[in-house]
Design a protein around this ligand. Structure first.
Ligand code: BES
Ligand code: ZN
Ligand code: ZN
Length: 501
């Protein structure tokens, strides 16, 4: 449970008091301890006089004990490094760092002291809380030995009287809503493919969203997809024993402003490559190839709670890409839902095929003002941007600006990529309207150009999140497995989208 309060006048009663300390504070010859609560000043003074262990480096921690019967039992120093240079992301990491220690101690009452920081505001509290949540995430469904989750843990943020505002409580509510969406996305993406077939995901989505009166879920099964002529999507599903689905999650607020946004997510529950089979090394990671769909589901969960006035549609093409006797083969031609024919030269470039039909259907049937798709689309985006930023391709400068900014703020970082028409040359086919791969170079761009063929004139952004979806290195708070990339971005961009539409 999270709370915010002013520093109590008659001493703090706590199992653990967290103090953020900068490098420059540690270096100061004459330290001013008056910024800290009275009950810990003597301990701090003694500690810093005698010991030089703690430097105040970013994410460095040091635990100090006071006597068991004193109001403040333990003090945890958490290094901030250079306080002036700290960004949102750094506070997420600091929250995560603190939570790592808290977990070990399993302290019930935890006070996080913000009185010595330059400023105390909603964003700072949100970022710290988000870091704490990220640390608390577990995916242990398949472990026999589950760690029991501690209950009744309280986190009380303490602000100085001058800084305090009761509005800070909003920070916890907002962060909880956002993290529920992130965790839902992570839970879905972390599922192994034998427990997350297209049918499993479809069922889970129906079950999950049945709790909201503002949300309806529509499902198109294989027969209906055949009737509609979604042969690009069906072509990918052909080699699998699991039937495909197109799931449409509709958020319709009671007082809608009639503006419509569609989020489309690549949902390949396992990508073996199909007949253009992938090499065995790390093929297990292809269970994450539905992280785009997971991002959309997580975003819709947040939307259900944030209740924007715009209508939101989450569109999930769900398929498994496998090679069997009936699988699509290199050289096959499929007629997509849009009417355009596609020569499939590589069955491993399947994401763009299912998205081609999902995007064309979305644009035609839902008629949104804006479409944003999330997809673990290409290995090539990882070559370009590594695993820290996702590629942002869009036909609208306005959309580029609001999404990029929301990325910086939310921690789901993006980087703009090109969409010049000259790249279309790469996709010219000898036998069909278009082929599904370009040459070896610039694969993320040609993939995006391919998708552009199916969105018409609609404002559209494509987010290639192949690098950021799972097992990101050096950003500790994302942990192992699925990161839950996407929902935080959507939560942050809601206002910006409303302005563009
Ligand atoms: N799902 C993959 C992209 C991917 C690769 C995601 C690595 C995460 C990690 C996608 O379907 C794919 O196989 N793309 C191919 C396209 C190529 C055949 C044109 C790629 O990027 O190699
Ligand atoms: Zn593939
Ligand atoms: Zn794929």
């Amino acid at each position: 449970m999270f709370q915010v309060a002013t520093v109590p006048e008659h001493g703090i009663n706590t199992n653990l008091l967290v103090l953020f300390i900068s490098e420059s504070f540690v270096k100061k010859r004459k330290k001013d301890f008056s910024l800290f609560p009275d009950s810990v000043q003597a301990t701090l003074q003694q500690y810093f006089q005698v010991f030089k262990d703690f430097k105040g480096e970013f994410k460095e921690t040091q635990l100090l004990y006071q006597s068991a019967n004193s109001g403040v039992q333990r003090i945890l120093l958490v290094g901030m490094g250079d306080e002036a240079g700290l960004k949102c992301q750094d506070f997420r990491e600091l929250g995560y760092t603190f939570q790592t220690v808290q977990e070990k101690l399993n302290t019930k009452r935890n006070h996080i002291y913000l009185g010595n920081l330059r400023a105390c505001h909603n964003t700072l509290i949100e970022n710290l809380t988000e870091g704490i949540y990220f640390r608390q995430y577990r995916f242990d469904q398949y472990k026999s030995d589950k760690k029991t989750k501690p209950t009744n843990t309280r986190y009380i943020f303490l602000c100085s009287k001058d800084d305090y505002s009761p509005r800070f409580r909003q920070a916890f509510l907002r962060t909880r809503k956002i993290m529920n969406g992130v965790f839902l996305a992570r839970d879905l993406a972390n599922q192994p493919s034998n427990f997350a077939t297209p049918r499993d995901i479809k069922d889970k989505v129906i079950q999950h969203f049945s709790r909201y009166s503002t949300i309806q879920v529509e499902v198109l099964d294989k027969k209906e997809l055949e009737k509609l002529g979604m042969n690009a999507l069906l072509g990918v599903a052909k080699g699998s024993s699991h039937e495909p689905y197109l799931v449409i999650i509709k958020y319709l607020p009671p007082s809608s402003n009639k503006k419509r946004v569609a989020l489309v997510g690549k949902g390949v529950t396992f990508d073996s490559g199909g007949i253009s089979l992938k090499p065995p090394a790390n093929m297990d990671e292809m269970k994450y190839d539905m992280s785009g769909a997971a991002a959309v589901v997580g975003s819709m969960e947040i939307i259900a709670h944030m209740q924007p006035k715009m209508e939101f549609y989450g569109v999930l093409p769900l398929v498994e890409n496998m090679p069997d006797g009936s699988a699509m083969k290199p050289g096959d031609v499929v007629k997509s839902y849009s009417g355009k024919t596609i020569e499939v030269l590589n069955t491993d470039a399947e994401g763009r095929l299912i998205l081609a039909d999902a995007l064309a259907y979305t644009v035609e049937k839902i008629k949104p003002g804006i479409v944003i798709d999330f997809a673990t689309l290409t290995g090539s985006i990882m070559v370009a941007l590594g695993d820290k930023r996702a590629g942002l391709f869009t036909n609208s400068d306005e959309l580029k600006n609001v999404l990029f900014k929301a990325g910086e703020e939310s921690g789901d970082w993006l980087w703009p990529m090109p969409l010049d028409d000259i790249y279309n040359k790469e996709l010219e086919s000898n036998v069909a309207d278009i082929k599904n791969i370009g040459s070896r170079w610039g694969g993320a761009v040609t993939a995006a150009k391919f998708l552009e063929n199916f969105v018409g004139k609609t404002l559209w952004a494509h987010i290639d999140m192949a690098g950021t979806a799972n097992d990101v290195k050096h950003l500790g708070y994302w942990g192992k497995g699925a990161t839950g990339f996407g929902p935080r971005l959507i939560a942050q961009v809601l206002k910006g989208l409303n302005k563009i539409l």
